[in-house]
Write a protein that binds this ligand. Structure first.
Ligand SMILES: [Zn+2]
Length: 134
């Protein structure tokens, strides 16, 4: 079922979600709201953590933007630090990238491009899930 978008309502829902955010470190509260095809509205907010290790990485934002902008197949990715030099994706991001970009995704490194599957050998993938589920 397709419904017209009530942007005023959607923005209000997003603003309410932002008020529920947990952002004591940056002070930047963020909320999001989406209208689903069944008419439901879902929301989300940012949640920070004192460990900072649980902070969402640049690659996570990239993948979100990929889908938010309509999707597509990634062929190569470069992740750099503030000095402009390559920074390898963390373990969590490698897992995220292998599902979204595939094992052949080229990853920039100090030693030149590397296939993602060389950075995450024996990766858990959708195939494992399909083979092992009940
Ligand atoms: Zn990461």
């Amino acid at each position: 079922m397709t419904e017209a978008v009530n942007w005023t309502e959607l923005r209000r829902e997003a603003a309410e979600a932002a008020r529920r955010a947990y952002a004591p470190y940056s002070g930047l509260r963020v909320g999001a709201a989406a209208l689903l095809d069944d008419g439901e509205i879902i929301t989300g907010c940012n949640v920070e953590n004192a460990s900072f290790g649980l902070t969402l990485c640049a690659e996570c934002g990239l993948v979100s933007n990929l889908y938010d902008s309509g999707g597509g197949q990634m062929l190569a990715i470069s992740v750099v630090a503030g000095d402009g030099d390559p920074l390898m994706p963390c373990g969590r991001c490698r897992q995220i990238l292998i599902e979204i970009g595939g094992p052949e995704l080229k990853v920039d490194s100090d030693d030149g491009p590397r296939r993602l599957d060389s950075l995450l050998p024996g990766a858990y993938t959708e195939a494992d899930l399909n083979e092992r589920k009940d």
